[in-house]
Design a protein around this ligand. Structure first.
Ligand SMILES: [Zn+2]
Length: 105
């Protein structure tokens, strides 16, 4: 079962994080960690994110690592190297966690 996440669902119109439930906060931390890892290394085809599978929810026990890749412009795909967990993240570009270098004028 793939988790489709839209980063904007967690943000208000100004890009600030909404009041989140504890569960949503945990997921959001997981997603933003992937976004910053990918956007820092956008040239690389596959990134090993410094995250364990179980960090996306409290009741999970999988100790697998997370690998992520930018599959198309603005869409990140991630998966666990141990279990079936996977998902996508959209609408992350331009967010606070987008670490892509910008052209400085
Ligand atoms: Zn896993």
């Amino acid at each position: 079962m793939a988790l489709k996440a839209n980063l904007r669902d967690f943000l208000d119109e100004e890009g600030n994080v909404l009041e989140l439930t504890e569960q949503a906060k945990t997921v959001f931390k997981f997603l933003t960690k992937i976004v910053s890892s990918i956007s820092e290394n956008i040239e690389q085809p596959l990134i090993d994110v410094d995250l364990q599978c179980n960090s996306r929810a409290d009741e999970l026990f999988c100790l697998g690592g997370i690998a992520a890749t930018g599959i198309s412009l603005g869409l990140i795909e991630w998966h666990c190297d141990t279990c079936e967990a996977s998902g996508t993240i959209s609408h992350w570009q331009g967010s606070l966690w987008d670490k892509q270098e910008r052209t400085i004028h």
